[in-house]
Design a protein around this ligand. Structure first.
Ligand code: NAD
Length: 361
C-alpha cells in the first residue's frame, strides 16, 4: 500500500459545495491501494469569512500546506460585496495563488462532439476542439512597478503601468508549456507582440532558447492580434498556446467561450513543484445555488487535471475524462448544456452517471 495522498478540498460558496461534493465522490472512486487519496475539507471565501472572519483562515492554509494539491470550488456571493476589500471572498483565492506562487494557469478548452451545438461558432469550426492555454499568472503589466497616475512635464495628468518579465519567469512558464505539449500533440504556439513591445521580443527570445531542451516539441510564434483572430477563425490549428498574463487573460476567456459551456471547463494553477490549485472556471452562480441543478462536470474535470498534473496519475485522469465523454454521449445534460426543451438532470444525478460510467469503463 502506498503512502496516503492528501487532497485539500475547499468548496467555498454558492454552487461550490455542490459541485466539489461530486468531484470528491469521483476521486474516491479512483482511489485505491495504489492511489490512496484522503480528503480534508476547509472553508474559504465567504464560508471562511463566516467561520473565522477571514476569507483564507489560518487553519485552511495549514490544510493546504500539508496537502499534495487543492481542489477548489468557487467563491463569492452578493452578501459579501459590501465587505472591505481584504475580507472579500476572492481574496481567499488571490492569497492562495500568491502564497504557493501558482504562476502557471492551465486552461483547456475542449469541445465534446455532442456539445458542438452549444458554441456560438459553426459546429464544424469547433467540433473536436482540444486546446490548452498556458497563461503566466504572477507577473507582466498587472504587477510591474512603477505604476500610477501622475502629472507629466507638460502639466497634464497621465496614467502609466510597467510591462516587465524576468528571464526566470519566462523560462519557467515556457518549460510548463513544453512539458504539457509533450504529453499532447507536441506543438506550442507562443503568443506575443514582439513587433512592438521590447518585453515580448525578450519573451520570444527566451522561449526560443528554452525550446532547445524540447526538440520533440514544435514551436511557433504568433502576434497576439493574429492569435485572437485565429482562435475564432480556425481554433483547431492550435495544441498548446503559451502567453503572458495580460494576453492570456484575454485569450483564455476567448478560448473558453469557443466551447459555449461555462459549466464544462476546468483549470489548474501550478507552481514550480507542480503543486496546484484546481478549480472550474465558473463562479459561485448565486442564481442557481442550493437548487441542485449546477453542472458538476467542470469540477470533476478539474479533479482529473489534479490527478494528471500534481499526482502524475495519467491513467486515472484519462479514466475520468472518458467517463465524462460517455455520460455526454449517453445524452445526459444539466440545464446549462441542454438544448431548449430537452430533459435535464441535476448535479447529483450527473455525478451518479459519471460514477456509473467509471464503474463500467
Ligand atoms: P458565474 O460563473 O458564477 O455565473 C455566470 C452564469 O453561468 C450564471 O447564470 C450561472 O448560473 C451560470 N453557471 C455558472 N456555473 C455553472 C454551472 N456549473 N452549472 C450551470 N450553470 C452555471 O459568474 P458571475 O455570475 O459573474 O459571478 C457570481 C459570483 O461568482 C460572484 O460573486 C463572482 O465574484 C464569483 N466568481 C468567482 C470565481 C471563482 O471562484 N474563481 C470566478 C468567477 C466569479
Amino acid at each position: 500500500m502506498s503512502e496516503p495522498v492528501r487532497i485539500a478540498v475547499l468548496p467555498g460558496d454558492g454552487i461550490g459545495p455542490e459541485t466539489t461534493a461530486e468531484a470528491v465522490r469521483v476521486l474516491q472512486a479512483v482511489s485505491g491501494a495504489s492511489l490512496p487519496l484522503v480528503f480534508e475539507t476547509a472553508p474559504v471565501g465567504g464560508a471562511g469569512y463566516d467561520a473565522d472572519g477571514d476569507p483564507l483562515p489560518a487553519h485552511t492554509l495549514a490544510v493546504c500546506e500539508r496537502s499534495a494539491a487543492i481542489l477548489f470550488g468557487s467563491v463569492g456571493a452578493p452578501r459579501y460585496d459590501t465587505l472591505p476589500r481584504a475580507s472579500r471572498p476572492e481574496q481567499g483565492l488571490l492569497r492562495l495563488r500568491k502564497h504557493f506562487d501558482l504562476f502557471a494557469n492551465l486552461r483547456p478548452a475542449i469541445v465534446y462532439p455532442e456539445l458542438a451545438g452549444a458554441s456560438t461558432l459553426k459546429p464544424e469550426v469547433v467540433a473536436g476542439l482540444d486546446i490548452l492555454i498556458v497563461r503566466e499568472l504572477t507577473s507582466d503589466i498587472y504587477f510591474g512597478q512603477p505604476r500610477g497616475v501622475r502629472v507629466n512635464e507638460a502639466g497634464e495628468r497621465e496614467g502609466f503601468d510597467t510591462m516587465r518579465y524576468t528571464e526566470g519567469e519566462i523560462r519557467r512558464i515556457a518549460v510548463t508549456a513544453f512539458e504539457a505539449a509533450a504529453k499532447r500533440q507536441r506543438r506550442v504556439c507562443s503568443v506575443d507582440k514582439a513587433n512592438v513591445l521590447e518585453t515580448t521580443q525578450f519573451w520570444r527570445d527566451v522561449v526560443t532558447d528554452v525550446h532547445k531542451q524540447f526538440p520533440a516539441v514544435e514551436l511557433s510564434h504568433m502576434y497576439v492580434d493574429n492569435a485572437a483572430m485565429q482562435l475564432v477563425r480556425a481554433p483547431k490549428q492550435f495544441d498548446v498556446i503559451v502567453t503572458g498574463n495580460m494576453f492570456g487573460d484575454i485569450l483564455s476567456d476567448e478560448a473558453s467561450m469557443l466551447t459555449g459551456s461555462i459549466g464544462m471547463l476546468p483549470s489548474a494553477s501550478l507552481n514550480a513543484e507542480r503543486f496546484g490549485l484546481y478549480e472550474p472556471i465558473h463562479g459561485s452562480a448565486p442564481d442557481i445555488a442550493g437548487k441542485g441543478v449546477a453542472n458538476p462536470l467542470a469540477t470533476i474535470l478539474s479533479a482529473a487535471m489534479l490527478l494528471r498534473h500534481s499526482l502524475d496519475q495519467q491513467a486515472a485522469a484519462a479514466r475520468i475524462e472518458a467517463a465524462v465523454r460517455r455520460v455526454l454521449a449517453q445524452g445526459l445534460r444539466t440545464a446549462d448544456i441542454a438544448a431548449p426543451g430537452a430533459r435535464t438532470v441535476g448535479t447529483r444525478e450527473m455525478g451518479d452517471a459519471v460514477l456509473a460510467a467509471l464503474a463500467t469503463g
